[in-house]
Write a protein that binds this ligand. Structure first.
Ligand code: 6PG
Length: 241
């Protein structure tokens, strides 16, 4: 069962500072224990300040491999690209780290093929017969309870035969197709940092913390995480009563 921790930040600045500190500590511990750190990054709007704060810290960039939790179908230069946003926020657009920045190729019209390529990359990186256990992973939670690109009622949380999945577009929600790490990979991470701010997150967070069908509230998959799960929220997002 998961080790859940909840930290409440009193401001956006504090949220960013605490998030960056947790990431930096996990990176440091991984480098000391295993010689390198493997980090998986989520998109969305919440991580931006955390990533920008992390970029100001002294990081062992020659020891960190950066991966993505999910990506939106389209070009990596698109403003919708999670890769583009995180790379800019983290300052990873430098030649000397390029070989350690591993984006999902969601511009491929054959998203299933792109998912299979990313899966192969993960297998090679972690060792083909080893667990794909990220040292640290950031996640968010959507108003509808989704995390990564595991959306409600799409059968996505039940995928257990792949590391990376292609998720179809949801025109009704105005969402493009996605590539995403699957629940087993989320649950294998040593540290999961869930970032949430704002009152709209209160309800989905309360649901994610209570048992129930995962397909209704996909963030519930974290209830079966093997590592440490840190929920870093602000006052508004913290579920009361
Ligand atoms: C994405 C994300 C997604 C995100 C949540 C929360 O590509 O959109 O990875 O899972 O974490 O939607 O997003 P916000 O931080 O914008 O609320």
């Amino acid at each position: 069962t998961a080790r859940f921790e909840v930290t409440v930040a009193e401001s956006e600045a504090e949220h960013a500072a605490l998030g960056a500190e947790i990431l930096a500590r996990a990176i440091d511990a991984a480098v000391r224990a295993r010689g390198s750190a493997k980090v998986a990054l989520s998109g969305g709007s919440t991580p931006g300040p955390v990533y920008r704060r992390l970029a100001q810290m002294a990081l062992p960039l020659d020891r960190i491999d950066w991966f993505w939790v999910d990506e939106r179908a389209g070009d990596p230069t698109s403003p919708r690209s999670n890769f583009r946003a995180a790379r800019a926020d983290l300052g990873l657009d430098r030649a000397d780290v390029a070989a350690r920045v591993h984006r999902m190729e969601a511009e491929d019209p054959d998203l299933a093929a792109a998912a299979a390529r990313y899966e192969a990359l993960l297998r090679r990186t972690f060792g083909v017969a080893s667990a794909v256990a990220f040292d640290v992973m950031t996640l968010g939670i959507g108003d509808d309870g989704h995390t990564a690109s595991l959306f409600p009622a799409a059968g996505a949380t039940a995928i257990d035969d792949r590391l990376v999945a292609a998720i179809g577009a949801q025109p009704a929600k105005g969402l493009e197709a996605r590539l995403t790490l699957t629940a087993p990979v989320l649950c294998e991470a040593r540290t999961v940092l869930v970032l949430a701010r704002g009152a709209a997150k209160q309800r989905p967070i309360a649901s994610a913390w209570s048992e129930g069908p995962e397909e209704e509230v996909p963030a519930r998959v974290l209830l079966r995480a093997r590592g440490q799960v840190v929920w870093l929220v602000d006052r508004d997002a913290y579920p009361t009563g």
